[in-house]
Design a protein around this ligand. Structure first.
Ligand SMILES: C[S@@+](CC[C@H](N)C(=O)[O-])C[C@H]1O[C@@H](n2cnc3c(N)ncnc32)[C@H](O)[C@@H]1O
Length: 262
């Protein structure tokens, strides 16, 4: 990704930093707190240890500092140079060592899904945990020419290869001007039980009156980020993220403990 695109890319860049500065300490707090609970459910240490790789770290606006400083080393992977600066400034006062990975972007090579650069980062840090930080739900918009079926098989293979190490991902499933019905705490749906269509209905329609306090049907568009089939064997948690005052993301969280817990 060239510098211009990195700074203006639809999943991050300058516009995302502006949103982060404006909203991460207010509008995003609820989402960040719920995400933090899941991060701690995945990895909690007695004292700072080990390292973690953050794919699509941006400025770390959604990531819990309390969770992150459990690691002695954090490796950030992001094509946006401003993200690296902001992230490092944020963690300067802590003992956690923040490293910019030599690899700046992963997932695509020659216009097709490819895990070569991701595997290079994993080999460079063989013991580190890995977190996909709200990047997987952006792939459809970053790489509109890649068919969904190619992504589905790419993630099926990637998940298999990451199982021993473990991983954590939070990523968009849907977004809309309607608030998804997961507010307050997270719900745990079995994604196998509901088809994506039923799931959208359940998220956005059944409790419309409870959310809006009216019986006016909610008809706004729901944007599908096409991630429904990437982690379908996993128990998924869903969080509502009010990214700007009138727009919400329905974020899916999945994690795999890996062998470390054994
Ligand atoms: C929605 S933001 C992530 C949010 C962030 N984790 C937070 O805590 O606020 C997505 C990030 O992924 C980065 N990105 C875009 N394409 C990427 C790629 N191919 N590999 C790694 N990161 C990428 C963007 O530059 C952007 O900073």
């Amino acid at each position: 990704m060239n510098l211009f695109r990195a700074l203006l890319n639809p999943s991050g860049g300058i516009l995302y930093h502006i949103k982060g500065f404006l909203y991460s300490q207010n509008l995003w707090l609820n989402f960040n707190k719920n995400l933090e609970k899941l991060l701690f459910a995945w990895r909690k240490f007695e004292s700072p240890s080990g390292g973690v790789i953050l794919i699509g770290s941006s400025g770390g606006y959604c990531l819990s500092p309390e969770w992150l400083v459990q690691y002695k080393e954090v490796v950030i992977v992001d094509p946006d140079p401003v993200a690296h600066k902001i992230f490092k400034e944020k963690y300067k006062p802590t003992d956690t060592n923040i490293i910019s990975s030599d690899v700046k972007e992963v997932f695509v090579e020659n216009g097709r899904p490819c895990d070569r650069s991701l595997q290079a980062v994993l080999s460079a840090y063989p013991e580190h945990d890995i977190v996909f930080c709200n990047i997987i739900g952006q792939l459809k918009f970053l790489y509109p020419d890649i068919r969904e079926s190619l992504w589905v098989s790419f993630f099926r293979d990637l998940v298999e290869s990451l199982k021993p190490r473990g991983f954590f991902s939070f990523h968009d499933r849907y977004s809309s001007s309607m608030r998804p019905d997961v507010e307050g705490y997270f719900k745990n749906y079995s994604t196998n039980r509901l088809t994506p269509e039923d799931f959208v209905r359940e998220l956005y329609q059944t409790s419309a009156s409870a959310i809006t306090g009216s019986i006016i049907p909610r008809t706004a568009e729901v944007i599908d980020h096409c991630t429904a089939h990437f982690f379908s064997e996993y128990q998924a948690y869903f969080l509502s993220w009010q990214i700007v005052p009138k727009f919400y993301h329905c974020v899916e969280v999945v994690y795999e403990p890996g062998n470390k817990e054994a």
